[in-house]
Design a protein around this ligand. Sequence first.
Ligand code: FRU
Length: 589
Amino acid sequence: MKKTLQFLTLIMLVVNTSCHSQQGNKNTKLTTVDFKTEKSYLLLPIEEKANEVRMVVYYKNHKTTSAFYLRLAQNKIDYWVKLDVKNHFGKTISLTFEGVENSSLGIKNIKQSDKFEFEYNETFRPRFHFTPEYGWMNDPNGLVYFEGEYHLFYQYNPYGTMWNNMHWGHAVSTDLTSWTYLPTAIAPDSLGDIFSGSAVIDVKNTAGFGKNAMVAIYTSNGKVQQQSIAYSTDKGRTFTKYAHNPVLPNPEIPDFRDPKVSWNEVSNQWIMALATKQTITFYGSSNLKNWTKLSEFGNEMGAHGGVWECPDLFPLTYRGETKWVLMVSINPGGPNGGSATQYFIGSFNGKEFIADKLPYPLWIDYGRDNYAGVTFSDIDASDGRRIFMGWMSNWDYANNVPTKSFRSAMTVARELSIKNNGEHLILANVPTKEVTNLRGKVEIVADQNINKDIAISDILKKYEGTFEIQMTMKRQNAKIWGFGLTNSIGDYLNFTFDLEQNILKVDRRNSGLKDFNQKFVSEPIAPLVKKDSYNVRLLVDKASAEIFINDGETVLTNIIFPSQWYNTLTFFTTNQSWKAENIKIYQVK
Ligand code: FRU
C-alpha cells in the first residue's frame, strides 16, 4: 500500500510540476517550479552547509507572494522543511528560486506529502525546557499571561535550523513547564521580518481593538527597523496586523528594536522601552498607536561592548519600597564573551529611569547561555510574581550547536527578586515553584567530608542526562574547591568555588562535543561573595546546566553536549577541607 502511494505521489509531481528558468535582475538565474497542490505540504530538502537562496512563493489563486531564504540542498539532503499548502488544494503554487539551476538536487527533490516527519526525540532534546518543535528559535517574545494561559512567542525560523526568516512562533502553558505548540503567530510581510517584541492585554481597550485584546508590539525588520503592532481577540490564536503599521517609524537609527511595552500607573500611559543602538529610549502612548519620546538612558552606564537589545523595565518591591529594574541584553560584550543580559536597579517616574549607584555592569546570569530574556506581562495581581525566561544560547555559536531538527531551548521560567548579596543590591533569579514541582523521586546522598578528591561513580547513570542536584556546601577552610559531573569517557563539567579570587568558575572546556565552534570552549566566571556556606541548586537537562547559588544570588547557565550522559558526581579540593551536606538528587518528571 505504502509503495503504491509513493509511486502515485511521484507521478503527480511529474504531471503537476513544470519547471523553467530565466534570468532575473543583476543576472541572477531564476528557476520557477509550479505545483498543483494535491497534498498538505510541499517538502523542501535542506543541506545545512549550502548557501542560502531566496525562494519566492506565488499563490496564483490569491495573487499573493511571500519570500523566504532556504539552504536548498545542493550536494546532499540533511533534513526537510515544509511549506504548508493545505489552504490551496487543487490550486497552482509557483516557487521561484534565485541562483539555482533547475537540474539541482534541491529542486529535483521537492515533493508533496500529507506527512511531515522528523526525529523529535533526538539526543539533545531536553525534557523540561521549552524547545521549538522543529526549526530555529532565538529570543522569547510577547511573554504574556491571559485567562489561565502563559503565552510564549519566540523568534522562529520554520524553514531551517539556522537564523533567518523571523516569524513569531507560539506555544501556551498553564504551568510554565509543559507547553502546547500552536501555529506560527505572526509572519513576515512587506515591512519585513518580525523581530523581537512584547505583548500586552489591552484591558481598557485603549487601542480600540476590543476590550482585553492581546496586542503584540514588535519590530518590523525591513530596509529599516521600525515598530509595528498586531492584535488578537481569540486568546492569541490568530493575529491581525494593524492597517497603519509602522506605529513608530525609524528615526535614522540603524539598531532600533525590541519594544517592551507595559502600562504605567504613575503616568497613566503605555511605556515602551526600546533598544536604540547602545541606549534604551522610552516612549509613551495612550493608545499603543501614537508614540512620543520621553527620555533616553544608558550613555556611559553599564557595559557597551556591543549593541543593546531586548530591554525590559518593571517594578519589584524591596523591603516595602518600589524599585525599578531595567534589563538590557548586549551582544557582544557579555562578561564571558558574546551575548549576556545586564541590569540596572533604580527609579522610574513614569518618564525617566534613573539608576541607583551600584557597581555596574551587573549581569542577571554569568553563564554563557542566557540571552534576550524578558518577563511576562499581565501576571495576576493575586500571583504578583515577576517571571523571566531567557534564550539558552549565545550568538557566538548558536547557529552551530549539534542538534538536528531544532536549535535552542529557553531557560526554565525563573522568578525575579531584589536582594542584598552582602555587598550590594542584586537582581536574584531562581526557578519558579512550578519548576520545583517537577521533582520526582529523590535520592539522598550521605554528607561528604572532602579533604581529597572523591568520585561517586554511577550515581547519575539512571537519570540519563536529566536531574536536579541540591546541596549545601560548607567551606570550612577550603579555598579552591568544588564539585563536578563526569562520565566514563572523561567528559566533565566542573564548578569551582575559588575564594582566593572570590569567583565561581564553570569549566565546560571538556564537557563533551565542542568542535562545532571554537568559541563554545570556555570557562565562564562569576563574582562570588565570600561566605561560609553556599546553597546550590543545579538543574541539568540533557544539553544544559543551570546553577543557582544562595537562592539566585549567583547564577550561571551553560549549554553542554556530553558525548555520553554524565554518570558520576565528583567533589574536589586543593588540599583543604569542606563539607557537602544535605545532598539530594532528584529525578525531574
Ligand atoms: C536578539 C536579537 C534582537 C532581534 C532578534 C532577531 O537576539 O538580535 O535584537 O530582534 O534577535 O532575531
